[in-house]
Design a protein around this ligand. Structure first.
Ligand code: DX5
Ligand code: ZN
Length: 213
């Protein structure tokens, strides 16, 4: 069974509370929250105040994906707003190892995200410290993009590199029941999905389809 993390980037922002209530009812494994700053990626979403306001509606863990430049400057605000897991991009900060520790010392799980053009080799010496690795299977910034095929091989490579370490491999971008199946077979434990779930005529069945992989 795959863990499912719907991305609220594809939800209707004018009815965000209802989207959270829906995911709460579906008892999804995580709610994936895409924070974009218009600098690290060419799109702008939401920040700590929005996260804080939806926090009171559900107990489901918040999986916060920071697509922001210099995440070390504001990570405390995301922790205070109610993040349960925080993933950042190594090329947005200078001292990745220090930031991983700062997140973990605050009692929050820490993850690193790899863009489609980045090699897993760059995080080899962080593997003992990470809770999760978020493999981007699209270039970050937008929902609804086409799945990048080489991501499947990358997941397989990371699984090998981990040598049994208890680090969750999560994949984000262009995930649906077909791509998801191949990713899980390659070693992914959790799947982020935005447009597949929220664009589906029956979002509950989309969640069930991913969960059954
Ligand atoms: C992209 C985001 C994703 C996005 C995925 O930068 O990190 O989480 O919501 O959207 P889909 O599932 O539509 O590709
Ligand atoms: Zn994301």
């Amino acid at each position: 069974m795959a863990l499912v993390a719907p991305s609220i980037l594809s939800a209707d922002f004018s009815a965000l509370g209802e989207a959270i209530d829906f995911l709460d009812k579906e008892a999804v494994d995580y709610i994936h929250i895409d924070v974009m700053d218009g600098l690290y990626v060419p799109n702008l979403t939401f920040g700590p105040p929005v996260i804080r306001s939806i926090r009171s509606r559900t107990e489901i863990p918040f999986d916060v994906h920071l697509m922001i430049d210099r995440p070390e400057h504001s990570v405390d605000q995301y922790i205070a707003a109610g993040a349960d897991r925080i993933t950042f991009h190594t090329d947005a900060t200078i001292h990745s190892h220090r930031l991983v520790y700062a997140i973990k010392e605050a009692g929050v799980r820490a993850g690193i995200s790899l863009n489609p053009g980045q090699s897993p080799e760059s995080i080899r010496y962080l593997l003992d410290d990470l809770d999760l690795i978020l493999v981007m299977s699209v270039n970050p910034g937008f929902g609804g993009q086409k799945f990048i095929e080489s991501s499947v091989e990358k997941v397989r490579e990371i699984r090998k590199m981990l040598r049994g370490r208890d680090v969750e491999i999560m994949v984000d971008g262009g995930v649906n029941e077909h791509t998801g199946k191949r990713l899980v077979e390659a070693g992914a434990r959790s799947l982020v999905a935005g447009s597949y779930i929220f664009g589906h005529e029956d979002p509950s069945s989309a969640i069930r389809a991913l969960r059954s992989l």
